[in-house]
Design a protein around this ligand. Structure first.
Ligand code: COA
Length: 175
């Protein structure tokens, strides 16, 4: 039975390795530079503001992770977060992503965020299906948004309003 829990500092290496698979696959991010365990350890020091969840199997092996990050620094957008989700190649396509993203949605709502957004490459069928399954709406497409390996790529924007709509945002700041 897979477990979903908050990430711990000791998960940094596993999270980096999974993210680096996603970077290498060239299907999910414009990033091309692999992340180190130290990069992820730094990221995991800010989980009070931007949580990171992991899915782990019965042996404790990390299968994937999902996280929130800043959308924009302006106070009026304090309740909006970007999200990311990456699974180990071996763990994809068997429902782990759906459980993990639903858990992240619940966590975000509990923390007072009022909306999650992300951007998806149009050809990332798994991510688009996952977002649809978790209640996201496709807002539209940014055309030729950035280059990946010298090729311009479009991105599909997705958003999901959270049911427990907050008007103050996660840190209690006025919107
Ligand atoms: C995208 C990702 C997180 C999805 O997680 P997952 O565990 O593979 O997806 P699930 O098995 O939970 O499936 C979720 C939904 O997507 C559908 N789906 C999964 N893989 C699919 C695929 N390759 N093509 C089309 N639909 C797919 C499932 O049928 C399911 O829909 P349903 O519940 O309506 O049947 C995972 O595949 C992954 O880590 N991919 C690489 C990194 C990535 O693309 N991250 C997203 C960046 S935007």
């Amino acid at each position: 039975m897979d477990t979903i829990r908050n990430a711990r500092p000791t998960d940094a290496a596993a999270i980096a390795a999974i993210y680096n698979q996603g970077i290498a696959d060239r299907g999910a991010t414009f990033e091309t530079v692999p992340r180190t365990e130290a990069d992820l350890a730094e990221r995991l020091s800010d989980v009070d503001r931007y949580p990171v969840l992991v899915a782990a199997d019965a042996t404790g092996r990390v299968l994937g992770w999902a996280s929130l990050s800043s959308y924009r620094p302006r106070d009026c957008y304090a309740g909006i977060a970007e999200f990311s989700i990456y699974l180990d190649r071996d763990a994809r396509g068997r429902g782990v992503g759906r459980r993990l993203l639903n858990a992240l949605i619940d966590t975000a709502a509990e923390r007072g965020f009022w909306k999650l957004v992300s951007r998806i490459f149009p050809f990332n069928a798994a991510s688009r299906a996952l977002c649809r399954a978790c209640g996201f709406r496709e807002v539209g497409t940014y055309e030729k948004h950035a280059q990946l390996d010298g090729r311009w790529l479009d991105v599909v924007i997705v958003e999901r309003s959270l049911t427990a709509v907050s008007t103050t945002g996660p840190s209690g700041r006025s919107s």
